[in-house]
Each structure stands twice: as C-alpha cells, then as structure tokens.
Design a protein around this ligand. Sequence first.
Ligand code: ADP
Length: 454
Amino acid sequence: MKIRTKIAIQFSIIVSIILLCFSLSIYFFTESSLIERFYVRIFNHASTTARLLSDVDEIDNKLLALIDKSSTSKLPEEAIQVYTLDDSLVFSNLKPVVYPKSLLDEIKVKKEIRRENGKKELVGLLFKGKLHDYVVVATASDEAGKEELRSLKSRLVIGFFIVVAITIISSMVFAKQALKPINSVIKQIDDISANDLSKRIDEGNKTDEIAQLSMKFNEMLERLQKSFEQQRDFVTHASHELRTPLASLKSEIELGLDDEKLSESHRETLQNIHFDVQRLIELSNNILQLARPFNSNILIFNELRVDEVMFQLQSDLQKKYQECRINVDFEKIANNDELLTIMGNELLIRQVFINLISNSLKYSEIKQVWILIDFDRKNVNIKIKDKGIGIHANDLEKIFEPFYRSQNAIGREGFGIGLAICKKIIDAHGGKIIVSSEFGKGSVFTVSIPHLSI
Ligand code: ADP
C-alpha cells in the first residue's frame, strides 16, 4: 500500500474516532440533562399539588382537580396521585392507577424516588406539609424531550458521515500534497544511472526532512561516483599499460614468424602464442571499452538511417563470413523516413550489430542469421534472429553481465563481454536490448532505439 493511502486512511480513522467520541458525549450529555430537567418539572408539579392539598384549607379535591385541569404548564399525560401515609388515595387528577404497595413503601423510606415507568417518567415523593404528610406519585411522558433527542441523533449521524467523507477526501489531497516533494525526488533518482553518476538531486530549502534526505543521497552519490571513477581509472590504466607491451610482443612474434630458418615445431608454438596474444589484445580493448564512460556528452551523435546501416553491415559481414547467410528484411514498410532514423554514434551502433550477428553465427550450426527491421510509435526495433543452439531460460537475465558465459558457450571462442558492451552502448542511446530464446531452437535479440518521428 502506498504511504499516501496509508496516511489518508490513518488520518481519517483518527478523525472519525475523535468525532464519534465527541458526538456520543454530546448525545449522552444532552440526554441526561433533558431527563434531569424533566424530572425536576414533574417533581415541582407533584410537590405543588401536595402543598396545595395539605397547606391551603380552602382547597379540596374538587377545586384541585379544577385547578389542575385549567393549568397551562401541565406536562404531557401528566398523572398525579396523592396518598395519605396509610396508603389511601386522596387525590388523582386522572383516572386512578393502582400502584403496588411496595412502591408507596419505598417512597416512604427513601423520601424521593425517580424511575422510568414504561414509556413514562415516574417521580415519587414523601411530602411533609404544615397540616398533613402525603405520599405523591406523579408520572408524565417527555415526548418533546424524546423528539429533541431523536432529531439530535439524526443530525449527529448525518454530520458524522459528512465530516468523515470530507476528512477522507481532504486527507487524500493533503497526503498527496505532502508527499509531492518525495515523488519529485523519486523522479530525479530515476534519471540517475550507473553510467552517469554526475547528476544530483535538488536539495530544495536544505532544511526540511525531504531536503535532508536529498542531501544525504547526494553525499552517497558523491562517494559512489568517486569509487566508480577510481575503479574505472584503475581498469583503464591497467588495460592501457597492458596494450603497449602486448602490441610489441605481437610484432616481435610476427618478426620471428618471418624467419625462414624456423623449425616447424617452433613455428607452430609461435603461431599459438601469436593467437593468444591477439586474444589478450582484444580482451584488453574490450575491457577498456567497458570501463570507459559512454554518455551523450562525450559521444558524437548523428542522424542515422537504421536500414542503411543494416544493409551496409550485411555486405561487409557477408564478405567476412562467406560460408554464412545474412538476410535483411523489413517487417513493416515505413512511409516516413524519420520512423527509421535515430540519433546515434555510427561506429558504436555498428559494433553492437557486429557483436549480435557474429554471436548468432557463432552459436548456430546452420550459419544463417536474419536482420528484421520494424518500428512502433516510439522506437525502431531491430531483431537479430538465429536458428542456433538457443539459451537456457535461467541464463537469459545473466548474459548481459560482464564475463558471464552460459553453458552453451563451452568450446566456442569468447570472453563473455560482447553483450555487456552492447547493452552499455544501447543504454547510452536511450534504448533497450532484450532477448528471447528457446533452448535448442534459436534466439532473437531485439534492439529498440527511439526514432526521430516521436
Ligand atoms: P561471448 O560470446 O564472447 O561469450 P557475449 O557477451 O557476446 O560473450 O555473450 C554472452 C553469452 O550469451 C555467451 O557466452 C552465450 O552463452 C550467450 N549468447 C549470446 N548470443 C547468443 C546466441 N545468439 N545464441 C546462443 N547463445 C548466445
């Protein structure tokens, strides 16, 4: 999961939990204060009724019932029943309800009780008047309070979902915004290749965390570049140093071979040494080429017609490998020259295809190779196809590594460097080289290089 999504989810969960707690506390706080207020009102009504009955001589049951009827502050379904201490009912504003004796006893003991009685609220109180003491049981229904709670609940639920939806959207936008600098660092890192470690990442304001990460990365690049350069310098110097003595060794052997008095066995020995020295020269040249940096700042690039280069190569190599057949064919006909034109260094491009074609001939018995020219929206694709010994699936990834030779190469000449050089050259041209092969049936190497018609 991307960090962006993770941050958005975590942030939304935290906000939702806080919001849920907040909504619940508002709901329960409002509920308890509404209930409390309602009980206080029933209690006041109950004690006023008892006081009128007990302390005002002029008021009897009937008058009290009349007062109660005309009262404007009555609560919904309000029912008040007044009992003497020996449980005989002295007043009831509505049709009397029979309460259990235990309830009246409990009121006498506790002096005041409150509880839910079905859908109504019930208050019981022991009233001590100037003339009489009474037990009062009053009930009423808090419809308005319940309605208020219901509407509060639906407002809180709708509000909760709206705020959560807004939080999810805004946290995704926020996370994307916050991680934008990281995406830009990733893009810049993508542009840095092993062939060109000179690029650096933008260090921005040099203070925030991303800038510090970029600075650390740049420091690491600096160290890597230094050690790469040291390694490259060492290899370059070593192969340079080797080339001079090898070249003089080669010419001395050639001089020796010119001597007519040389015995047959000595001639054969010298010829073997000459062959080995020639191989060593080739090897040091290849190593030098592998170590040398190849990038567009150093190389001279020109417009190249790929099909022309291929036909030229066909005729050059056909002369060298007379017993072999090199075929060139178009897979598609281009109606625009630019589709077959690339920006490239002709010498290096030729070297890539000489390597690939020579390999195809070296690793096949029927000594035939097909050069197939194709293109797509972005690239010219040149396929070098053979019906040779093929490459084992496990080796396909590794054959582009320097000095890797697969099992099929045993008994055939080579150092395992050719494909590594090809890859390096094609990388420097912004292209790609891939291989597909079936063991025992043949291989296809496809080189794709951007054409000018993009
Ligand atoms: P070399 O041919 O000198 O060994 P390369 O770098 O050119 O080195 O090739 C690396 C390895 O890839 C070879 O050793 C061989 O095993 C394999 N390979 C390359 N081209 C082919 C091909 N056309 N058919 C079969 N195997 C190949």
